[in-house]
Design a binder for this molecule. Sequence first.
Ligand SMILES: *Cc1c(COP(=O)(O)O)cnc(C)c1O
Length: 398
Amino acid sequence: MKHDPSRAIFEMKQFGEFGDVNPSITDSATYTFLQAKTMSDTFHGEAEGCFLYSRHWNPSNKYLADVLAAMEGTEEGWVTASGMAAITSTILQICSAGDHIVASVSSYGGTFAFLQNYLPKFNIKTTFVNITDLEAVRNSITPETKIIYTESMTNPMLQIADIPALAEIANKHSVKLIVDNTFTPMILQPAALGAHIVVYSMTKFINGKNDCVAGAICGSHEFIGSLIDVNNGTAMLLGPALDPLRSSSILKNLHTLHIRMQQHSKNAMYLAIKMKEAGLRITYPGLPEHKGYETLKRLMNPDFGFGGMLSIDMLTSEKASRFMELMEMHDVGYLAVSLGYFKTLFSNSGKSTSSEVPEEIQHDMGLSAGLVRFSVGLDHDIERTWKEIEKCLEIMEN
Ligand SMILES: *Cc1c(COP(=O)(O)O)cnc(C)c1O
């Protein structure tokens, strides 16, 4: 791997105004100028290093965005008030009425709902495909297509997108490849693999504390500039700016991401192997029988493992519910949506984070009603966790 994301973060030198090792928090919405001309230059994007108004840029947000860009190996970044804000601002910046998108049918429920239910208001249409079927991706592109959209590891099916192959298709047709890398920060570097824009829900692994929602967009200097253009930038005009107090807390958490990803991956691999041995219907991209295993091995940064996400199919939603309630009682983790937390979280995808996807489509993409998605936590004693899960399974049988 040429680019080491943790090293890129480690090498950032950001200080506060008194040499504070954590950059100062800029608790201001507006900024004063000594010369009126500098203000008007700033409005026209012609004054380097000047801040104008915190919906546009805030120094604390810039510190975080700079570190994210370094991690992704992109020219720039911009941080948003949620992952959905990052996704919707990016898409709306690129698409106009009449345009078309090719998207992975297995996508976060909110993203699916935005593409399927919301964008048609603006006459922007989406064709959903199995993103691992490159022929289907090629065949779905029309002269109106502006975007190929996918998650690097898809929710909830945990498919692996072949980012270089998708980038090749995107480049051939001059469309943008947007990759949501929420499930696999550090493990995958979509921009280095050819994606034009990388989006994140920082709510998940990046922040890792479940104390806020936040998002990020990483891309070229030109693209980020267009997003925050005062005259027609989607982010500037719709205004989903992140609060600087939050930026500063996320920035500190970003510095432990590499250690957390390693532990999430280690624990998930341990559970995946045990679950497989126990005869459960397990999906984990780190198991050789997973359809995306070879792709992931080829694209990943091996230092950070195969990720913290796995799923097991309990066949019915009733069984899934009972199993999750038992696991919560046995201190395996919490029955909750979201992921990337220090505790294990589990939810029944079809009835929660993918409930926006109509049942027929859930069925077509192979999403079982009994699918329990796990975000494996940072447990020190994962053997104990497995023993508790085994007890829950025994109770289920009796
Ligand atoms: C949670 C999530 C989102 C949405 O992010 P929010 O921070 O909740 O707005 C988008 N994509 C993926 C893959 C997610 O898991």
